[in-house]
Design a protein around this ligand. Sequence first.
Ligand SMILES: C[S@@+](CC[C@H](N)C(=O)[O-])C[C@H]1O[C@@H](n2cnc3c(N)ncnc32)[C@H](O)[C@@H]1O
Length: 271
Amino acid sequence: MVRVVRVIVAVSLTIAACWSAASASLAQSGDSGSSKTAGETDQQKSSQGQEDTTEEKLPPARRRYMGRTIAQTMSHRGAGWLIRDSRDQEERPREALRALQLKPGMTVCDMGCGNGFWTLLMSEKVGDDGKVLAVDIQPEMLSLLRARCKEAKVTNVKPVLGGLADPHLDDESVDLLLMVDVYHEFSYPKIMLQNIRKALKDDGVIALLEYRAEDPRVPILPLHKMSRKQILREYEANGYKLVRQYTKLPWQHLMFFGKDPDWKPEDAKQP
Ligand SMILES: C[S@@+](CC[C@H](N)C(=O)[O-])C[C@H]1O[C@@H](n2cnc3c(N)ncnc32)[C@H](O)[C@@H]1O
């Protein structure tokens, strides 16, 4: 028992240290205390010289949504944590991958792909006839992803530089869109959910993985966790319904959402 407690404390400290490192980098980049994130800073830099009127017309980034405080974007400076050795044991991603039920030939999206931990897993499953659209708002994350794809000789991945509120995906093009530990960072959750809805095929689904807020043993900072109740509140308000779920992962919720055919945009309860 004492040993188990020691392990949990050690993991918590490591993860807390990782997030503080990311936050420290944000503070260094001048973002502390504002609602901006490293992602926004990078996105703004990357769009210099390219007119992105859609982004310019956006209202100020949100700090809260439907009673939840939105987390800061994890900086690319902490990317090493995403491919830590212990991740396999802590999150059992291969078990989650099986639950996604991917098939060869599918077009899937890894939204908020970071350096591609999940992109590479999915690329194997959809095969040469399929495609993984790997979207992130930090160009540095996409560079890390490209390097990992090159090393693994993977050719069915298309990196996409997303906007804060627009993933830049074609309409009705995606069979399954995966979001691992990213949705709670969206500074425009409602607009993103609308744009993702457009990008999904009629029978397309979102596979959402978020650390469980209900479970105090999950050693992740509270701002980076979500409860099942909060997830359902936000997704149902934006035109999705829960179609299935997988409840056996050690740390995360895995919930699948399809388009609710009865929902109309005017039903959206919050701006
Ligand atoms: C905590 S990391 C998770 C990375 C990856 N999903 C994984 O599990 O290894 C969150 C990632 O989401 C990205 N992100 C945040 N907001 C985003 C948005 N609006 N669109 C696309 N990516 C976003 C961040 O840049 C960051 O790379």
